[in-house]
Design a protein around this ligand. Structure first.
Ligand code: AMP
Length: 496
């Protein structure tokens, strides 16, 4: 037995480019092999054993991807963390996941306590980890791992408060990458324009694993800078983005048929793509954006077809070997075709459960193995899935998930606050803008700027409310539940 995931990646001529970084540096496929071997030795030298978690909060770079591969080669579990997490947030992740090593950006070693820390910079040589790796051998015998062994844990927030670690096995990742390579027709001639973060399933697994499966190349941008996107598009064949990318590109006069001529496929996911965006994109470029649907826990579940109709406002058909059904959210009973209900998913892509949370895991799986996604949707007569809402009131701002409960908890803790409700309100740039509705004590001297300022210390920037609105009382229904639907309706034009 060898490494179940890694053994399925394509064998490619070593001098072929794997990642061409925005600064011109190139990591070849052979270079990835050598660097990940050195890093795997370095991880072992730092005490990382098979099954251990390696947590990392580092900036995007080719070396970060090499570290992910090194971690899997060493039989360990890759645990990437959003670069925006604050000290307070990190201490929870470290306590919960108990990594044997934490990799930080140089200069940020003291952000965590109680764990061995190494550093990794973005220029290809800085940080203690690369210095240690430089002294190691560039060949490494991969630690044997089977299909059900863990390859990664990605944290996904829960509506009931704390984030949960989604445990992803070698086969969860391998099966999805194999499928995506086939259905999206990736070959070793593809070049993916990659401007997504790599601590999230989209930029990490959907993009990187699929490229490795095909033996193809990626062009790395640290963020979706428009000048850079247009500069690189003539070199790329595929773009993967969140809807915000597409609305921003549409707002730019440089977006033309000519500018996108070299691209064979534009993929969108992580948040709903407006039908209007799909239509406008097709008019301007001649390309129909392919929308797909997935989540951290399940990898990708559905995709619009490569050949055949890409239907705006839908997330397409279940992927091969993925079962999808729609059930009554209360009873769990399957509904008939066309009815709206809870989306449930089963397949080799679906995660192994939440890290050290057997009860939460049990609560979200049915007896027959279906995972309850929390997304509400329907399946039309042609089998296309449409997502109609999020049962859990998740807010998706600029492609990032913001869980209202977490932000509400921080607001409620501020002096002078009675209670708060956080909702997503349609926003022209972010898709949804995090919006806080706050009931304050009569004599409290709270201001909008004051609340946002206080939250800055506690929450990553993307979770901060764009607006804070003060009310006397939050509206409640007969059961005492805050009526978020009513709040969303009241403030629906706030950003327009
Ligand atoms: P994450 O775990 O961060 O990938 O977020 C997963 C959630 O994003 C899903 O449960 C959906 O609510 C949402 N999502 C992902 N893709 C789409 C899509 N194409 N349309 C609508 N919502 C989506």
């Amino acid at each position: 037995m060898a490494s179940h995931l890694l053994d399925q990646f394509a064998a490619v001529a070593p001098d072929r480019a794997f990642i061409t970084n925005f600064d011109g540096r190139v990591l070849t496929h052979g270079g990835l092999d050598a660097l990940s071997a050195r890093l795997a030795h370095a991880l072992q030298a730092l005490g990382v054993k098979p099954g251990d978690r390696v947590a990392a909060q580092v900036e995007k770079s080719p070396e970060t991807i090499a570290l992910y591969i090194a971690c899997v080669r060493a039989g360990a579990v890759w645990l990437p963390l959003n670069t925006a997490y604050t000290r307070a947030e990190l201490s929870y992740f470290v306590e919960d996941s108990e990594p044997s090593l934490f990799v930080a950006a140089p200069g940020q070693e003291d952000k965590v306590a109680g764990v061995t820390v190494a550093t990794l910079g973005t220029d290809g040589h800085s940080g203690s980890l690369l210095k240690l790796a430089a002294k190691q051998s560039d060949s490494f015998a991969d630690i044997a791992r089977g299909p059900d062994d863990l390859a990664a844990i990605l944290y996904t927030s829960g509506t009931t408060g704390r984030s949960k670690g989604a445990m992803l096995s070698h086969e969860n990742l391998a099966s999805n990458a194999r499928t995506l390579m086939q259905v999206w027709r990736f070959t070793d001639r593809d070049v993916l324009l990659h401007a997504l973060p790599i601590y999230h399933t989209h930029g990490l697994f959907v993009a990187t694993n699929t490229i490795l499966m095909a033996g193809a190349e990626m062009l790395f941008l640290p963020k979706p800078d428009m000048d850079e996107m247009f500069r690189l598009m003539p070199r790329a064949t595929v773009v993967m983005g969140v809807p915000t990318f597409y609305t921003r590109l549409l707002a730019d006069a440089r977006l033309t048929r000519e500018a996108t001529r070299h691209i064979r496929l534009f993929v969108s996911g992580s948040a709903p793509l407006l039908s209007e965006t799909h239509r406008d994109w097709q008019l301007r470029t001649g390309h129909a954006i392919l929308e797909r649907y997935g989540m951290t826990e399940t990898n990708m579940n559905t995709s619009n077809p490569y050949d055949g109709a890409r239907v705006a406002g839908t997330v397409g058909l279940p992927l091969p070997s993925v079962d999808i059904r729609i059930t009554d959210p209360e009873s769990g009973k399957p509904l008939t075709q066309g009815e709206i209900g809870m989306i449930e998913v089963r397949g080799p892509n679906v995660f192994k459960g939440y890290w050290r949370q057997p009860e939460k895991t049990r609560a979200e799986f049915r007896g027959d193995g279906f995972f309850v996604t929390g997304d509400l949707g329907m399946i039309d007569e042609k089998g296309y899935v449409a997502i109609v809402g999020r049962g859990k009131d998740l807010v998706i701002s600029g492609g990032f998930n913001v869980y209202p409960k977490e932000v509400e908890g921080e607001i409620d803790a501020l002096p002078g606050v009675v209670e708060s409700a956080v909702i997503g309100v349609a926003h022209p740039d972010f898709g949804e803008g995090v919006t806080a509705v706050v009931a304050k004590k009569a004599d409290a001297a709270l201001t909008e700027a004051g609340v946002i300022g206080a939250l800055k210390e506690r929450l990553a920037a993307y979770k901060l409310p764009k607006r804070v609105l003060f009310v006397e009382d939050l509206p409640r229904n007969a059961m005492g539940k805050v009526q978020k639907a009513l709040l969303r309706e009241t403030y629906k034009d706030l950003y327009h």
